[in-house]
Design a protein around this ligand. Structure first.
Ligand SMILES: Nc1ncnc2c1ncn2[C@@H]1O[C@H](COP(=O)(O)OP(=O)(O)OP(=O)(O)O)[C@@H](O)[C@H]1O
Length: 246
């Protein structure tokens, strides 16, 4: 579902945010992309979602060449950024219908698809509420709903559970699992919560200083340690942002 070869991004000014990343994500997996602050997670995700051009390397995303067919890639993926898309002032059901029409559905189809997506995420009861009148967990699920009207095969989630309480996070994991189990959506997500990575993900990729530092199932990476201990063994203990490392 995702194959990259030597994917790299150097920003103007010389910051090598992503260096020579070669990785793969198989269809039907939930893959967690972990790394310290500034490691290159969001930059990688923005390249894979066509929002940022790579400076080197190639990638195939959802069966399409990223560089040759970015529009085709966009048709086949959904992306939820850290800040989300939900407008606090607009009722989510109507907004979802509009999104569906933007993706080329007729009004009738868009209404049916909006109802389907709201049901998938347990939001049927709040379809007439504006984003600002939703709880934190409902709001994050609405953010995900806005990435689904066009039935993407692959969903990118950038820190989907940041700021949610433990109960709400666990509830969101159930919805993310159901997207994969019941609707066949492959999931690629970033998180700083290692308990979440352990509980939710089939496989983990750890990026550090722009390079893949480790990959494997949670059990393989842990190898008898906690995932926190494994993460610190792999990425070291130096602070990143304060130290201005790069
Ligand atoms: N537009 C930009 N111009 C210059 N440097 C950038 C730009 N965007 C990101 N960077 C730098 O690239 C590096 C990787 O940033 P990125 O946002 O990909 O990290 P991250 O792993 O997502 O971090 P976090 O966990 O804090 O969200 C950092 O050093 C960051 O400062």
């Amino acid at each position: 579902m995702i194959e990259t070869l030597g994917l790299s991004k150097t920003f103007t000014g010389g910051v090598e945010a992503v260096r020579n990343v070669t990785m793969s994500v198989r269809s039907g997996e939930i893959v967690g992309f972990l790394g310290p602050n500034g490691a290159g997670k969001t930059t990688t995700m923005r390249m894979l979602t066509t929002l940022l051009p790579p400076t080197a390397g190639t990638a195939t995303v959802a069966g399409q060449d990223l560089l040759a067919g970015p529009r085709e890639v966009r048709r086949r993926i959904g992306y939820v950024s850290q800040s989300g898309w939900t407008d606090p002032t607009v009722p989510i059901g109507g907004e979802l219908e509009l999104q569906g029409m933007l993706y080329g559905l007729s009004r009738v189809e868009a209404r049916a698809r909006a109802a389907e997506v709201l049901a998938m995420l347990g939001l049927d009861g709040v379809r007439d509420r504006p984003g600002g009148a939703l709880s934190g967990g409902q709001r994050r699920r609405a953010d995900i709903a806005f990435a689904l009207p066009h039935r993407p095969a692959l969903l990118f989630l950038d820190e989907p559970t940041t700021g949610l309480d433990p109960q709400t996070r666990a509830h969101l994991w159930d919805h993310i699992r159901a997207l994969r189990d019941d609707h066949g959506v492959t999931i690629f997500l970033t998180t700083h919560y290692l308990d979440e990575a352990d509980a939710l993900c089939d496989r983990l990729l750890i990026i550090d200083h722009g390079e893949i530092a480790a990959s494997g199932t949670p059990a393989e990476l842990k190898a008898g340690r906690t995932l926190d201990a494994a993460f610190l063994d792999i990425t070291g203990r130096s602070l990143r942002e304060e130290a201005g490392v790069r």
